[in-house]
Design a protein around this ligand. Structure first.
Ligand code: ATP
Ligand code: MG
Length: 654
């Protein structure tokens, strides 16, 4: 951005003096203390444009339901787009890149604003109003972003369903969200293979009891479509009728929902997380200052998918709220080759990059020369979230691309990080294996699962919990099911009403947390409780191993035994039975040396791929079930069913 524009933007958005304090410890303490919380968040709320500024900060009269900025009136789309006009009118907002269709298009703030208004006009023509749901079943294309922004512009509630889901998963989400309109497309594409969406959508609409009033189809020209007269409409034709559309933002109450998003379904049936408007906008704006330090002129590249929470918050809303350009990438990280991400960084001078450990582990199996081929000097840091970041992977990518790696831990439920480094407040040193300290706003506690007592000592292991009220941005409730919200999250710990993350953790003497895995991923070997994560970390330290999953399987003698499923970096290293048993023995020896013989896996089996959710999380529960010869249960969120078949065969072979 040129200097003049920067000045104009800054004048319109004077940087709030959010604090006179210097240390993060003070900043954090203020954000959660009963006496200072309101003043703290009132300051953060100034980062956002309000139609009517809130006079009340939080209403927590009916715990655990927190109502943030309850009398404030605002609009999420206004904060993402309109507010930046005219200063950023001609600056890039959305950079849509597809290596699947070989297309690239940059939308300036002005252009994106126009497209969103066209989409809003079309949705309005179907009767969409404040409070209505709009379901979006789309791949990573610009129209999906238009649809999301257009929904919140109208005060409607979007529900994005990940484009990789099949008809059954989509149908259950249609019935849960009950959309007035569904926005979809003829097809997605993955690795050059066209995946037709329309037949899946048609099937889902047969299966669902709820029927939307209209279906809006974006025709990408990838797959033939059967349009159902009266129900299905063509986006291009309707857009042409609304080229000059001017659809003002519908002002909503801060506590009005902006979207519903389902959790990944790693541990069971997905939960429909309901997000508010004002609290979320404040949380994201504030996170851009204090965590990501992004500003106009910067470019954010988040490699997640718009179907996940990271995509909602850090592909779309937070970068736009901060006036940055954001990259929307459709394609694999290894196609046309493993240098594609880095070539995007070079070409668009990406300053902020956000990805997931699972994606980095994919790159680890590729030729490392791609990592040094491009000019990455614009890049400030790489944030990773979604799964435990093992030290070898973190170290490998950090030294390969030469920028700091920042782990951050959060959940669909929270909408923004619970733990990370808040370098915008105070420079914090990172520690490998730790996502850092509790972020401001989060009153994180470690709780003894059995007694409900808080653990305050260093390095004590407990359930990670959050004392209410949850900070702005976190889920308001489970969509349509307040009872499930209370019972699932707030009643799992005896005698204490705290929000459970269902993850284990420890905190060291300096306040750094270490995530030890999910509470249901603990195995009990001859009376010793072991986190599967600890064993995985030890195994992934072996230079031949790219990725590993450890589960506990029933064992007659020990109660449970650890079993490891590993993917090697070079498949040629486990071609023969001899090679396999040699490597298995080496891995066992490594665990013995690092964690003790009790943690040693009873078997290390080599597979070419691990069962994962479509968001890239290990499906340990399915792996465990198959390893124990049980039914793996709900697999609707699973990426590749072939992965389980391999495991089944190996287990049967013994
Ligand atoms: P479900 O709740 O439906 O079972 P899920 O928990 O996988 O699915 P998400 O909200 O996508 O759904 O994932 C959040 C979880 O991911 C966290 O609770 C934690 O287990 C894991 N996680 C996220 N980030 C990190 C991280 N940086 N380190 C360790 N674990 C992480
Ligand atoms: Mg979860």
């Amino acid at each position: 951005m040129n200097a003049e524009l920067q000045v104009a933007w800054c004048r319109r958005h004077p940087k709030q003096e959010t604090t006179t304090m210097t240390t993060f410890a003070d900043f954090h303490a203020r954000s959660i203390s009963d006496s200072e919380r309101n003043a703290f968040w009132a300051e953060q709320a100034k980062l956002v444009d309000w139609k009517i500024a809130p006079t009340e900060v939080v209403d927590y009269s009916n715990p655990p339901f927190a109502r943030w900025f309850p009398d404030g009136v605002t609009n999420l789309c206004h904060n993402a787009l309109d507010r930046h006009l005219p200063a950023l009118q001609d600056q890039p907002a959305l950079i849509a890149i597809s290596t699947e269709t070989d297309t690239e298009r940059t939308y300036t703030y002005g252009e994106l604003h126009a497209e969103v208004q066209r989409m809003a006009a079309v949705l309005q023509s179907f009767g969409v109003q404040k409070g209505d749901r709009v379901q979006i079943y789309m791949p990573m294309v610009a129209e999906a972003v238009f649809a999301m922004l257009a929904s919140v512009r109208l005060g409607a509630i979007h529900s994005v369903v990940f484009g990789g889901f099949a008809s059954g998963s989509l149908a259950s989400r249609i019935d849960d969200a009950q959309p007035k309109v569904i926005v979809s497309t003829d097809a997605g594409s993955r690795g050059g293979r066209v995946v037709a969406y329309k037949p899946l959508l048609d099937e889902a609409l047969q299966l669902s009891s709820h029927k939307p009033g209209a279906v809006l189809m974006v025709n990408r020209g990838l797959a033939p479509m059967q349009m159902q007269a009266g129900r299905d409409h063509d986006w291009a034709a309707l857009r042409a009728l609304h080229l000059d559309a001017q659809v003002p933002c519908t002002w909503v109450q801060s506590t009005d929902p902006s979207y519903i998003l389902y959790t990944s379904g790693t541990t069971g049936k997905p939960k429909g997380v309901q997000r508010d408007t004002g609290g979320y906008t404040v949380a994201l704006a504030s996170s851009m200052d204090h965590i990501f330090h992004g500003k106009p002129g910067d470019t954010y590249f988040c490699t997640s998918d718009i179907g996940w929470v990271v995509g909602h918050s850090y592909i779309i809303y937070a970068p736009l709220i901060a006036g940055m350009a954001t990259v929307l990438y459709e394609g694999l990280p290894v196609r046309p080759d493993a240098g594609i991400w880095w070539s995007i960084v070079e070409k668009y001078k990406v300053t902020h990059m956000f990805s997931a450990p699972t994606a980095i582990r994919v790159l680890k199996k590729q030729d490392p020369s791609f990592l040094t081929k491009y000019d990455l000097s614009s890049l400030q840091a790489l944030w990773l979230a979604g799964e435990p970041l093992d030290e070898p992977t973190a170290q490998w990518i950090s030294s390969a691309i030469g920028v700091p790696i920042v782990d951050n831990y959060w959940q669909t439920e929270t909408g923004w990080p619970i733990m990370t480094l808040c370098n915008g407040v105070e420079k914090q040193a990172s520690r490998f294996g730790s996502p850092g300290k509790a972020v401001y706003g989060y009153n994180v506690k470690l709780i003894d699962e059995a007694t409900g007592q808080e653990l305050t000592g260093a390095n004590e292991k407990g359930v990670l919990a959050i004392e209410g009220p949850l900070p702005p941005g976190c889920l308001q409730t489970v969509w349509g099911d307040d009872e499930r919200f209370v019972n699932t999250y707030w009643k799992s710990i005896p005698g204490r009403m705290v929000y459970s993350t269902f993850d284990w953790g420890i905190r060291d003497a300096d306040g750094y947390y270490f995530i030890l895995g999910r509470t249901d991923d603990v195995i009990n070997v001859a009376g010793h409780r072991l986190g599967t994560r600890e064993i995985e970390e030890s195994i992934s330290g072996h230079p031949a191993i790219a990725e590993v999953a450890v589960v506990g399987v029933a064992d007659k003698l020990k109660g449970q035994a650890a079993m490891a499923f590993a993917v090697v970096r070079d498949p040629r290293s486990v071609e023969t039975a001899e090679q396999r048993s040699k490597l298995e023995a080496e891995v066992m020896k490594q665990v013995d040396g690092q964690l003790g013989a009790v943690a040693r896996p009873s078997r290390v089996l080599f597979v070419t791929t691990l069962p994962k959710t479509r968001s890239g999380k290990l499906l340990r529960r399915a792996l465990q079930a198959v390893a124990e010869n049980r039914d793996p249960g709900d697999l609707t969120t699973m990426e590749d069913p072939g992965a389980l078949q391999q495991v089944k065969e190996l287990v049967l072979q013994g």
